[in-house]
Design a protein around this ligand. Structure first.
Ligand code: B4P
Length: 182
């Protein structure tokens, strides 16, 4: 079980869980959000281009995101597997990933959905207070999740594992690992 995608609304804890899971599974944690924020922090051309989307809680255009992920997945550490956090976020991105894997003779082992109520994630994100964690932007990101990302759950029916993402961080990691082993 090494090619895994994490899906869930903003604030579901994808990044938090990915840190522990990547260590347990021995595969790199690849977060599109973290990659974008690193570009912004380094003031690269890509960073200057995507900042306004992150600030507004909108998805970065697929062409930019797909190219960045394709390049990252081509790096040697991702050969034996990966934990993708925040990608794909719509059906178009899922199709690009599917083709990339199929061309290499691979496929996804599992898609983990973190299920949590909107009010809980809004509270978590307001407490975190990152630049894109204002209430209006958070609500918009939840709307984008419902409209664009939730349809992926149907797309991944065959490999989808739903995990309750409310509770203690370590407890949730345990739920994911149990589900992957089952
Ligand atoms: P992301 O960086 O992916 O951020 P996120 O979805 O808001 O957070 P995540 O679910 O990882 O929550 P976290 O663990 O941090 O995206 C940011 C932006 O990047 C997007 O809005 C978009 O603009 C752009 N983007 C990213 N990917 C893209 C793509 N594929 N296509 C286009 N655009 C893309 O946890 C949140 C908080 O909850 C933390 O403070 C944490 O400590 C807390 N928490 C976690 N687990 C908890 C628990 N069990 N109990 C209590 N608190 C918990």
């Amino acid at each position: 079980m090494t090619r895994v995608v994490l899906v869930g609304p903003p604030g579901a804890g994808k990044g938090t869980q990915a840190t522990a899971l990547s260590e347990q599974l021995g595969v790199p944690h690849i977060s599109t959000g973290d990659l974008f924020r690193a570009h912004i922090a380094n003031n690269t051309e890509l960073g200057q281009d995507v900042k306004r989307y992150l600030d507004a809680g909108q998805l970065v255009p697929d062409a930019v995101t797909n190219a960045m992920v394709t390049e990252r997945l081509a790096q040697p550490d991702a050969e034996g597997g990966f934990l993708l956090d925040g990608f794909p976020r719509n059906v178009g991105q899922a199709e690009v990933l599917g083709k990339l894997l199929a061309d290499a003779g691979d496929k996804l082992d599992a898609v983990i959905e973190f299920r949590v109520e909107e009010d809980v994630v809004v509270e978590r994100l307001l407490a975190r207070g990152r630049a894109d964690d204002t209430e209006a932007v958070i609500r918009h990101r939840q709307q984008v999740y419902r409209d664009e990302t939730a349809p992926l759950l149907d797309h991944y029916r065959g490999v989808l594992i739903t995990v309750d993402a409310v509770g203690d961080v370590a407890e949730i990691t345990g739920r994911v690992l149990d589900a992957l082993r089952a």
